[in-house]
Design a protein around this ligand. Structure first.
Ligand code: ATP
Ligand code: MG
Length: 490
């Protein structure tokens, strides 16, 4: 069978150079799959019978990439980032797998047939020769693309046992492509899901992120749950299944979190918003209590506990400290802005201080996900503008000690206090006052206050500075103490 696709010249430069030297060269994997689905490929992979040394000899700018003999060929004069580096991998047969992760040996004297045989799914095992349009499809990948099916090349159990990450790749590809997984392949996934624990958290993380970054992450998480895989990635999310909520909620906690996540994808928002949306109510199940007075469920402290649980999940999955920090803050503070009519400007300033000015607009996005995830209509443009103007107004005032009209050095000068914690306490106490009334952020007023504050005992000063910061948490502290006792969160 043959078919002519238009290939970027940067890619045909590489295949042509190999062919002209007498080697074979085929496009392979995701790019062929995408061409056949009339989609634009994300990256271009080439497979060849040339050895890594021969490949490197052919291209001036190239580098050895990994233990599989992949050579990265660099295109210098290209605008398109996806064409900067084209990966060329020699055909290979993989030797015996002993640990379910990596082949113990790799042979480089393989044929195209060998190379197709070691690929994960039929839709990824189609080779395409761009010089003549020849398609090599030994595993009926074309039919599976037409029928939208993910199916392993060969026996699913055997293929998964070679590399258990393929379990997650199947779910990720099904989610990204909108395909269904073949029944035998599904059964093998369920059976082998516990083996995902053997896979490095980094590899798991990368597939999990791709599921969240797809257009229909809600489907992906549901599929991961149905195939009994989610519990080996983030079991906390499944706690929400069947957990009924209060008042305005029509969905259980699980579906609400998923719908919030889906909204973040519908809006094409970045990763940290998506995962914050997915996790924003993750701790509702463990904080749920029945209130006789309210005759309804309450979830006091689910934001505080949720922030910690989010941190725990992301840490376990080896996300970066920056990602962990922002996501746990977004979850921790997602409850704010609930009632625009009642909220005061000084309360908004405290929110901005707590979540960080750089995260406050993202917090609004998480809020939008929360709302849509409840099945509520979008915020009216009027109310949205009201929120935005309140935040902007709040951000004009100082929301951190760095923005005060006085600094530590000046405080030491005035009070003759030597460097130490006391200076910090005074600064925070001043910030508390300025958060309530930004007009007080003048050198004159603050210097006067410093003299008064400096006379207070250190303990009292400390309290003043901490007071506003932890106000909400203090209220919840009693409730939280109970929750902590019953659960593993510290
Ligand atoms: P994407 O569109 O995300 O790039 P892809 O299918 O190209 O999808 P890659 O991770 O780029 O995925 O891998 C390229 C090809 O290498 C795959 O299409 C598949 O043939 C093969 N492959 C990748 N990972 C594995 C694996 N763990 N086991 C077997 N084959 C794999
Ligand atoms: Mg690829």
């Amino acid at each position: 069978m043959s078919k002519m696709f238009t290939i970027p010249k940067e890619v045909s430069r590489v295949t042509n150079a190999l062919l002209e030297t007498g080697f074979e060269a085929y496009l392979i994997g995701g790019c062929v799959r995408d061409l056949l689905r009339n989609k634009k490929p994300k990256d271009w992979d080439i497979t060849t019978n040339a050895t890594p040394e021969k490949i490197q000899g052919l291209f001036e700018k190239s580098f050895y990439e990994n233990e599989y003999g992949t050579v990265g060929v660099v295109n210098e004069d290209t605008e398109d980032k996806t064409l900067k580096i084209i990966e060329v991998t020699p055909y290979r047969i993989e030797g015996k797998y002993t640990d379910g992760r990596r082949p113990t040996e790799i042979h480089f004297n393989a044929t195209l047939e060998d190379d197709l045989k070691r690929r994960d799914f039929t839709v990824n095992a189609i080779a395409y020769d761009p010089s003549n349009g020849q398609i090599v499809d030994l595993y009926n990948g074309l039919t599976d693309i037409k029928d939208k099916i993910i199916r392993t090349v060969g026996e699913p159990e055997e293929r998964f046992s070679e590399d258990y990450l393929r379990i997650l790749r199947a779910i990720r590809l099904a989610t990204e492509l909108g395909f269904t997984i073949n029944t035998y392949t599904e059964e093998a996934i369920k059976k082998n899901a516990p083996n995902l624990e053997k896979i490095s958290r980094e590899r798991v993380r990368d597939e999990f992120s791709k599921i969240l970054m797809s257009q229909h992450p809600m489907n992906g998480i549901i599929l991961a749950h149905e195939l009994e895989v989610l519990k080996y990635i983030a079991p906390e999310i499944e706690e929400g299944i069947g957990v009924e909520q209060n008042g305005d909620h029509i969905y259980d906690v699980w579906e609400h979190n998923l719908r919030a996540l889906q909204h973040s994808a519908d809006r094409d928002w970045p990763f940290h918003i998506r995962i914050a949306a997915l996790l924003h109510d993750v701790s509702k199940p463990e904080t749920r209590r029945w209130s006789k007075e309210k005759d309804d469920w309450t979830f006091y402290g689910h934001d505080v506990v949720g922030g910690r649980v989010a941190k725990k999940i992301l840490t376990r999955l080896k996300y970066s400290n920056a990602e962990i920090d922002v996501v746990s803050k977004l979850v921790r503070h997602h409850l704010f802005f609930t009632d625009i009519e009642k909220i005061t400007l000084s309360a908004v300033r405290r929110i901005v201080r707590n979540v960080g000015p750089e995260n406050v607009w993202d917090l609004m996005k998480v809020r939008a996900c929360d709302r849509i995830g409840m099945g509520r209509p979008k915020e009216t443009p009027y109310r949205l503008r009201k929120y935005e103007s309140m935040i902007e107004e709040a951000m004009r005032a100082p929301v951190s000690v760095a923005k005060l009209a006085i600094d530590g050095a000046r405080i030491m000068e005035i009070t003759k206090v030597t460097p130490g914690p006391k200076i910090g306490f005074i600064l925070h106490a001043l910030l508390e006052e300025v958060l309530d009334n930004p007009k007080q952020n003048t050198q004159e007023y603050l210097e006067k206050r410093v003299q008064e504050l400096a006379k207070l005992p250190e303990k009292e000063l400390e309290k003043l500075g901490e007071a506003g910061k932890e106000k909400k948490e203090e209220e919840e502290e009693k409730e939280l103490a109970l929750i902590r006792k019953r659960h593993w969160v510290k």
